[in-house]
Design a protein around this ligand. Structure first.
Ligand SMILES: Nc1nc2c(ncn2[C@@H]2O[C@H](COP(=O)(O)OP(=O)(O)OP(=O)(O)O)[C@@H](O)[C@H]2O)c(=O)[nH]1
Ligand SMILES: [Mg+2]
Length: 266
């Protein structure tokens, strides 16, 4: 039987993590059991996230492990921790589900049931596809994102519906060379991952999501994000060979160590 890991990155999600795990627990038991384990990766939250996660994990019907990064590695570094864990522990796939309760694992379940993920290296959630639903997103934000996506599509030569949502699934055999280790650890990690997927001619597609913004704290700053995005696209168009040829740098040299904080068996 295939083994799928659900990786939940968590940083200051004390209000949301209960709901995130609650949504998993609310799935019918046979749907929960499509997945083998939940791995909550706490990125050194400064609020009560760890406690909240620990008390919420009891309700889930599959094993849950709660780990804490030895340092704050940001969101990209947390991906590196989880991808490494999936590779080393014999998982066939790893789902990324953000811990701040903007998405819902239930959106991915039909695709996993159908086995769509098996035909792909990655299946990526999209907030801006036909069938996507956005709750509490301003028109301005939607428009801005669509412009980004269009621009990125033109640069990458392939239609990009979302530069990085918080619900995706990756095949471990695709990740096992750990090509992602030199990518930056910050929020641009996801864009690197996507652009690499295009560069390396990997098989991927998008699926529509419901995505909400309620009590989450958005870290996306428009101008900062625009500048960063333009820089990344410039890099992709003019320097991608060079950038993706880098195998070792300060990011790949880091340890990405973690400690196990709590564990719930079946
Ligand atoms: N910002 C941030 N998020 C982290 C970090 N480590 C883990 N996360 C988690 O990563 C997920 C995404 O973070 P967000 O700040 O919402 O970033 P985003 O979803 O790209 O941006 P928004 O559009 O503002 O929602 C959340 O579940 C965070 O809890 C970190 O160091 N910084
Ligand atoms: Mg978010």
């Amino acid at each position: 039987m295939e083994k799928i890991l659900i990786f939940i990155p968590m940083y200051n999600c004390e209000k949301q993590i209960f709901r995130v795990l609650g949504r998993i627990a609310a799935l019918p038991e046979e749907e929960q059991k499509l997945f083998s384990q939940v791995l909550v990766v706490d990125n050194r939250s400064t609020d009560g996230s760890l406690k909240a996660a620990e008390s919420a994990m009891e309700q889930v019907k599959i094993p849950v492990k709660l780990i804490r990064n030895c340092e704050n590695y940001s969101l990209g570094g947390s991906h590196k921790v989880a991808f490494g864990y999936a590779i080393e522990n014999g998982f066939d796939y790893v789902v990324v589900l953000h811990g701040d309760d903007q998405g819902d694992l239930a959106d991915l379940v039909p695709y996993v049931k159908e086995g769509i993920h098996r035909k792909l290296d990655s299946l990526l959630g999209s907030r801006f596809s036909k069938g996507s639903r956005l709750v509490n997103y301003s028109r301005f934000r939607i428009f801005g994102n669509k412009v980004f996506n269009l621009f990125a599509s033109l640069c990458a030569g392939r239609r990009i519906y979302d530069l990085g949502s918080g619900l995706n699934i990756y095949k471990t055999t695709y990740l096992k060379e750990r090509f992602y280790l030199p990518f930056p650890n910050d929020l641009s990690f996801n864009v690197f991952l996507l652009l690499y997927g295009i560069y390396a001619k990997s098989e991927f597609r998008f699926f529509p999501l419901t995505w909400r913004e309620e009590d989450q704290i958005s870290n996306a700053r428009l101008w900062k994000q625009t500048r960063r995005m333009l820089k990344l696209m410039f890099t992709y168009v003019f320097r991608r060979k060079k950038v993706f040829a880098v195998k070792e740098n300060e990011y790949s040299a880091m340890d990405y160590r973690f400690e196990v904080m709590a564990q719930k068996e079946r």
